[in-house]
Design a protein around this ligand. Sequence first.
Ligand code: HEC
Length: 100
Amino acid sequence: MAETTAPESGIDPISGFVIKPGFETVRAHCTACHSGKLVTQNHMSRERWLSTIRWMQKTQNLWPLPQEEQILDYLSANYGERTIGRRAQLPTHLMPPRAK
Ligand code: HEC
C-alpha cells in the first residue's frame, strides 16, 4: 500500500475512502463485511455514526473497536452531515430541497 501513490483526488481507488487521517483504520475495519461504498454513500452526524456502529455491534457481529474515537473523527469529518461537513458546499442544484 505504501508504494501506491494516491490519486489526485485523494480517494483510495479500492475502498473508495477519502485518504485523510484515520483512513487506514477505517479501511481496515469497515470494509471487512461490506464494501466501503456502503459507508461513503452515507453522511451522518458523529452521533449517528456511533449509533450505526452500535447497531452493527449488536446485530451484525461487529467487533469492539479500540480506535473508535479515531474512526468517529474520520467519519464525521469526511462523511458528516452535509450542511455542517467540512467538505465544500454542494452546488445548489445538487442540494436536497430545504425542509420548511
Ligand atoms: C462484522 C461485519 C461488519 C463490519 C466489520 C462493519 N459492518 Fe457495517 N454493516 C454490516 C452489515 C451486516 C450491515 C447491513 C448490510 C445491509 O443492509 O446490506 C452493515 C451496514 C452498514 C451501514 C448502513 C446502515 C444503514 O442504516 O443502512 C453503514 C453506514 C455501515 N455499515 C458502516 C460501517 C462502518 C463505518 C464500519 C466500520 C466501523 C462498518 N460498517 C463495519 C456489518 C459490518
